[in-house]
Design a protein around this ligand. Structure first.
Ligand code: CA
Length: 371
């Protein structure tokens, strides 16, 4: 709705009140008229901004905030009017957390592992090497104490997090040479961010940090030997099949990246209870929707990659996976550091993972192996 339409709609709202009030005065029974007048009061419209760490309209992750804003607009009958900004439009991708903390924007959409410089334990709320799957992470966050710890971690910054999307298990990435043994990781220059990069380094590789927009050229020109991105859905869109020769799986470093909706605490608490509930519900809906989007579209994208672009799929050898897993345990333990809250987060995550892993082995894994 543009400004003049809003003004017109407010005018109509006030006219309605006036009319009902006059009718109310003339009505000897009074009460019904007074209630109707209260109902017709024009609702306060909250004009908010949501800033994201993703390029505007990027398929999957970039559409989560768009879908969230649209659902909230419909659910609230226009009372929550949220404008979406892609990375760099209002603030840079890596300034999203600070901007929401300061109230520059009321909301943000991104991933907790981007705030690792501020909170080294933050990656546990996105994904860690050999960590939980999407289903397991959702269980930990909702019913295993994870979300309460996440809120405790962000509380000093006046930021309230909600899980709001998941990519599912990613792919290991695009490699220009085959990986047949541990030695093939030696000196391998790979674009791989976060804890996964540290694990690669301890396994002999050289992690390189390059923004998404530069990945294609870096791989094509040989600046790097390999790169991970997300999975078939986004990798196809980025054209990585024409830069890397082999497509390896599985994404040991990002087995189910949780995306986050972050909301400025004062802005959230200033909302009426029904709008606060709508935000929580919309975040849950987006959390599910994004995972479904990734799962469905990656199936189709993988078919296109193999059939139309002749992409060669390769599993990472067991020996390589074993080495990466061993290094991951140390890297994740060290991320907890000395700090008491970080230790509690680490213990909660690893404790829940140990339990759910056994259950997943008996159910999902046993079933999938038999299917
Ligand atoms: Ca990734």
């Amino acid at each position: 709705m543009n400004a003049s339409a809003k003004r017109a709609s407010r005018r109509i709202g006030w006219l309605a009140i006036l009319t009902i009030a006059l009718i109310g005065c003339a009505d000897p029974a009074g009460d019904a008229g007074a209630n109707a007048a209260a109902d017709a009061r024009p609702a306060k419209v909250y004009q908010w901004k949501i800033i994201t760490t993703w390029p505007k309209f990027l398929p999957g992750v970039g559409m989560s905030a768009e879908n969230l804003a649209e659902r909230l607009r419909v659910m609230s009958d226009g009372r929550l009017d949220i404008r979406v900004y892609g990375a760099g439009e209002l603030v840079g991708a890596f300034e999203v957390f600070d901007a929401v903390s300061a109230g520059t924007a009321e909301m943000g959409h991104g991933a907790a592992y981007y705030w690792r410089g501020k909170m080294p334990i933050a990656p546990l709320f996105t994904t860690i090497p050999f960590g939980m799957t999407a289903q397991e992470a959702n269980a930990w966050l909702s019913y295993g104490g994870g979300l309460a710890l996440w809120r405790e971690l962000y509380a000093p910054f006046d930021v309230v997090p909600f899980p709001a999307g998941n990519t599912g298990v990613q792919m290991a990435g695009w490699f220009n040479e085959e990986i047949n043994a541990l030695e093939d990781l030696a000196g391998l220059k790979m674009r791989i961010p976060g804890l996964g990069g540290e694990v690669l380094e301890r396994s002999g590789g050289v992690p390189v940090s390059i923004p998404g927009g530069e990945v294609f050229t870096a791989l094509q020109t040989g600046v790097i030997d390999a790169t991970e991105w997300i999975g078939p859905y986004n990798d196809l869109a980025l054209g990585l099949y024409s830069a890397g020769r082999y497509y390896y799986y599985p994404g040991w470093h990002e087995p189910g990246a949780v995306l986050e909706l972050i909301v400025n605490r004062q802005a959230l608490e200033a909302l009426p209870a029904d709008l606060q509930a709508m935000i929580a519900t919309a975040a849950q809906a987006i959390n599910e929707d994004t995972l479904s989007d990734y799962t469905a579209r990656s199936v189709a994208a993988l078919e296109t990659l193999e059939r139309e672009h002749g992409v060669k799929l390769r599993p990472l050898p067991a020996e390589v996976m074993a080495k990466l897993r061993e290094a991951s345990l140390r890297v994740v333990a060290e991320a907890a550091g000395e700090d008491e809250l970080s230790q509690r987060i680490h213990d909660s995550y690893t404790g829940f993972l140990a339990g759910v892993r056994r259950y997943t082995d008996l159910t999902e894994k046993a079933y999938l192996e038999a299917r």
